[in-house]
Write a protein that binds this ligand. Structure first.
Ligand code: CU
Length: 163
C-alpha cells in the first residue's frame, strides 16, 4: 500500500473484503475459473499442458503472475503459435485478463505448461493448481486429466466448473 495520498476508509475496507474473499478462493466475485482440464500425456512425458478459462469479474485488469502445483516441479504460462509452418511455444511472464472479460487458455494457444510431473498422471487423475496475481491474491483450482477437451466426448459427468 502506498500511503502517500491516504486511502479512503471505503477503499481500505473494500480492499480488506477482497482479501477475505481471496482467502476462500473464488467465492469473492473476483476471478471465475471455468472448464479446467489437463491433457493426458504419455507416461514418460516431461511436460503436460493445462487449460482453463479465466473470467475477470472486477472492473480492473487482473494480472496473473504465477502458478504452482505440488505435483509438478514448476508451472509456466506458455503461448503456442505457428510461424512459417512450425509450431512454436513461447513463455509469457504474466496473463492479463481485461476487466469484465474472459481469457481462454486452449489447445493451439495459451496454456499452462506443467513441467516435470513428480509421478505420471493419467486420465481420471486430478491436478491441484494455485494461481497468484500481482496483488498477492491466490486461487486454487483442480484440473481433471482428460484425453480430450471437455465437451468433445460423450460423458457429461466430469465437466469441472471451479465455482
Ligand atoms: Cu508450453
Amino acid at each position: 500500500m502506498n500511503g502517500e495520498n491516504g486511502m479512503s476508509l471505503k477503499s481500505l475496507l473494500s480492499g480488506l473484503s477482497l482479501g477475505l474473499a481471496a482467502a476462500v478462493a473464488w467465492a469473492g466475485g473476483v476471478l471465475e475459473i471455468e472448464h479446467p482440464w489437463v491433457r493426458e500425456s504419455p507416461p514418460n512425458a516431461s511436460m503436460m499442458a493445462g487449460y482453463l478459462t479465466l473470467v475477470n469479474e472486477t472492473d480492473r485488469p487482473l494480472v496473473l503472475v504465477g502458478a504452482s502445483s505440488p505435483q509438478f516441479e514448476r508451472v509456466e504460462f506458455h503461448r503456442s503459435r505457428v510461424e512459417g509452418g512450425m509450431a512454436r511455444m513461447t513463455r509469457e511472464r504474466e496473463l492479463v485478463v481485461a476487466p469484465g472479460k474472459a481469457l481462454r487458455l486452449a489447445p493451439g494457444g495459451r496454456h499452462l505448461m506443467l513441467v516435470k510431473p513428480k509421478r505420471a498422471l493419467r486420465a481420471g487423475d486430478r491436478v491441484e493448481l494455485t494461481l497468484r496475481d500481482a496483488e498477492g491474491r491466490s486461487w486454487q483450482v483442480v484440473l481433471p486429466v482428460r484425453r480430450q477437451a471437455p465437451g468433445m466426448g460423450a460423458g457429461h459427468d466430469d465437466h469441472g466448473h471451479a465455482h
